[in-house]
Design a protein. Structure first.
Lengths: 181, 178
């Protein structure tokens, strides 16, 4: 089965892509970089996509960021809220997804996060047990990070929802749209 | 088959609600993307009619927002279908999106500048974790058709249920030349 072989290869390349990340975008020393330093947030180079997509797309002054998954010190943060993760764990995971969004956004801004005018939309999906109902508190991990960085313009028109499963078993996935100058 | 019957009745309802017959297929253009579709052996079906109270696409300036498209298959990944079957379903859903896109472009797919966003939602069991490989069916179709411009800022996610039991649903945003 040709497809089967293809999937084996795709799986391998996905794994490879998740461990090899491209080099950091050009460093700038702008106001937002200073703010990140103050918050102790280290924005790593944008992660290479794990499948057939790009990390971000720019159209006019809008930047669409691909769904970002959370990374911990031991790799992907996996789990299900309400089953083997607490809301606090989920909050940390969503914050990590947010930091990965910043990596993509920084690349889209040619390294200069001072170009960001506002966060327009956040969609946060939380890997949840059926009876877990605190998705909004989990996705605050992303929202509050952006608020702490940009203030009110960092707050997005947001949706937080639950789902029964996410790629590779990750705890959350966050999509975002920004306006840049 | 079930879907066909369901859609026939839904379509009749929608059509009578609209009080007009479905528009004719988009104008056929002899463009580069049409040639590419032919090369890939893809014949775009008539753009489907909405199954509820929505519009199949919206154009705002140079952006086309396409409503969620599903395949003709009902069931769940991780229970009824393999990842490779799901890949085929996501590809079919992508073909559905192309039919809408072509209509939005007045029949000329050469006006497509880039695929901006794909949101792919996979109907799956809680232990299924290959949503990204399923949605590659859509992503790789667009890549094969438009090249790197066809790759989107993408999200692939799972869900426990989709309308009419669709195995997957894809929501897309394209940039076009106005």
């Amino acid at each position: 089965m040709e497809r089967r072989t293809f999937f084996a290869a795709a799986g391998l390349s996905a794994l490879a892509a998740s461990v090899i990340s491209s080099k950091a975008s050009a460093q700038s020393t702008g106001k937002i970089d200073a703010k990140l330093a103050e918050l102790g947030v280290e924005v790593k180079a944008a992660e290479a996509p794990v499948a057939a997509y790009v990390g971000w797309r720019k159209v006019g002054n809008l930047v669409y960021i691909a769904g970002q998954i959370p990374m911990g010190p031991d790799g992907l943060i996996k789990g299900t809220l309400g089953k083997n993760m607490t809301t606090a764990d989920g909050y940390a995971a969503a914050r990590s997804s947010g930091i990965n969004i910043l990596g993509q956004l920084k690349a889209a801004c040619d390294g200069n996060l001072d170009r960001v005018k506002q966060c327009i939309q956040i969609q946060g999906l939380v890997n949840s047990a059926d009876d877990f109902t605190e998705q909004h508190l989990v996705i605050n991990g992303t929202s509050e990070l952006f608020r702490d960085i940009w203030g009110e313009p960092g707050l997005a028109a947001r949706a937080a929802v639950g789902t029964n499963s996410l790629p590779l078993g990750v705890a959350c996935e966050v999509l975002a749209i920004f306006e840049i100058a | 088959m079930l879907r066909r019957a369901l859609f026939a009745s839904l379509m009749a309802a929608v059509l009578s609600a609209c009080g007009k017959s479905q528009q004719e297929a988009s104008v056929v253009s002899g463009g580069k993307i049409d040639a590419k579709l032919k090369e890939l052996g893809i014949i775009l079906p008539e753009a489907s009619t909405p199954i509820a109270a929505y519009t199949p696409y919206r154009v705002v300036d140079n952006l086309v927002y396409i409503a969620g498209q599903g395949p003709s298959n009902q069931g769940k990944l991780g229970r009824d279908f393999t990842t490779e079957q799901g890949y085929g379903f996501a590809r079919d859903a992508g073909i559905g999106a192309l039919s809408q896109l072509k209509k939005a472009c007045d029949g000329d797919l050469d006006r497509v500048v880039q695929c901006v966003q794909i949101q792919g939602i996979v109907n799956c069991t809680a232990d299924f974790t290959e949503q990204h490989l399923v949605i590659n069916g859509c992503s790789e179709l667009f890549r094969d058709l438009f090249g790197d411009r066809g790759l989107a800022a993408r999200a692939a996610v799972g869900t426990n249920s989709l309308p009419v039991g669709f195995a997957c649903e894809v929501i897309t945003v394209f940039e076009i030349r106005t």
